[in-house]
Design a protein around this ligand. Structure first.
Ligand code: NDP
Length: 248
């Protein structure tokens, strides 16, 4: 296993759920972590907790990933503090499931902006520096919804298929470079994610879909990400699909 001690990792969407768990895991393994999300109070609180628990350096930088300028500033501030970005976890995302007939166009736009453009702005902001330094690992969080489409998940799935397409393209284009790319596709994980759904028809459907399924914990995903990050240099973990045992 390769150590990530002393490496610098940016985690988008670090204010809750999977991003928060990844931040804890990477800090516990000795990485410098940069927490990025819109809720400043949450990332500041997490930064204080991590600084108190581990020897790692932690920064909290308020970031809206739909803003190219914000993401460029996030990377600039990280480089000013730590010199370079070794790891980017493109995790920020929203899952605003709705039926197409209900025409929630503003939510479609938000999902495209956060889930696709947010990932692209991250890649844009770190990849040239990683190629120049000859080291780097980008982890994109897709979903099992990036492998399958359910009623109400058309737009969310479209964004998560797009994330996988970007990961696959990057893997091919970067195969001869030292930069690694990993796509993680989680199934149901217990987080705040579904709490933002406003389509009432979907709220009921979603509960039915997952009845009898015990969702994963965010820590399960953090462990999968750490597995990919800690492989020796000759190993390239391209895709991990991880779901609860009884989620079909
Ligand atoms: P959470 O809702 O707990 O976390 C989502 C994170 O994204 C929050 O930290 C939120 O922070 C951040 N975020 C949302 N919009 C923006 C924005 N515009 N700019 C910056 N950050 C933003 O859900 P999860 O932890 O579950 O989600 C993390 C990722 O995992 C997402 O990409 C999701 O699609 C994916 N996923 C989750 C699954 C699940 O079952 N939970 C299954 C498959 C994939 P803030 O609001 O502070 O900005």
């Amino acid at each position: 296993m390769k150590s990530i001690k002393g490496k610098t990792a940016i985690i988008t969407g670090a204010s809750s759920g999977i991003g928060e768990a990844v931040a804890r895991k990477l800090a516990s393994e000795g990485a410098n972590v940069v927490l990025a999300a819109r809720r400043e109070d949450k990332i500041r609180e997490l930064a204080d907790e991590l600084k108190g628990s581990y020897s790692a350096e932690v920064l909290a930088i308020t970031t809206d990933v739909t803003s190219k300028q914000d993401v460029e500033d996030l990377v600039k501030q990280t480089k000013e503090a730590f010199g370079q970005v070794d790891i980017l976890i493109n995790n920020a995302g929203v899952m605003l499931l709705s039926f197409l007939k209900n025409d929630m166009v503003d939510q479609w736009e938000q999902m495209v902006d956060v889930n696709i453009k947010g990932v692209l702005f991250g890649v844009h902001s770190v990849l040239p520096g990683m190629l120049e330094k000859g080291t780097g690992h980008i982890v994109n969080i897709s979903s099992v919804a990036g492998h399958e489409v359910m009623p109400s998940s058309a737009v969310y799935s479209a964004t998560k298929y797009a994330v996988r397409a970007l990961s696959m393209g990057m893997e091919k284009e970067l195969a001869d470079t030292p930069v690694r790319v990993t796509n993680i596709s989680p199934g149901a994980v217990e987080t705040e994610l579904p709490s933002h759904i406003t389509d009432e028809e979907v709220q009921d459907l979603f509960k039915d879909m997952l009845s009898g399924v015990k969702p994963l914990d965010s820590v399960d995903i953090a462990e999968a990400i750490y597995y990919a990050l800690s492989q020796p240099d000759h190993v390239d973990v391209n895709e991990v699909i991880i779901r609860p045992v009884n989620q079909g």
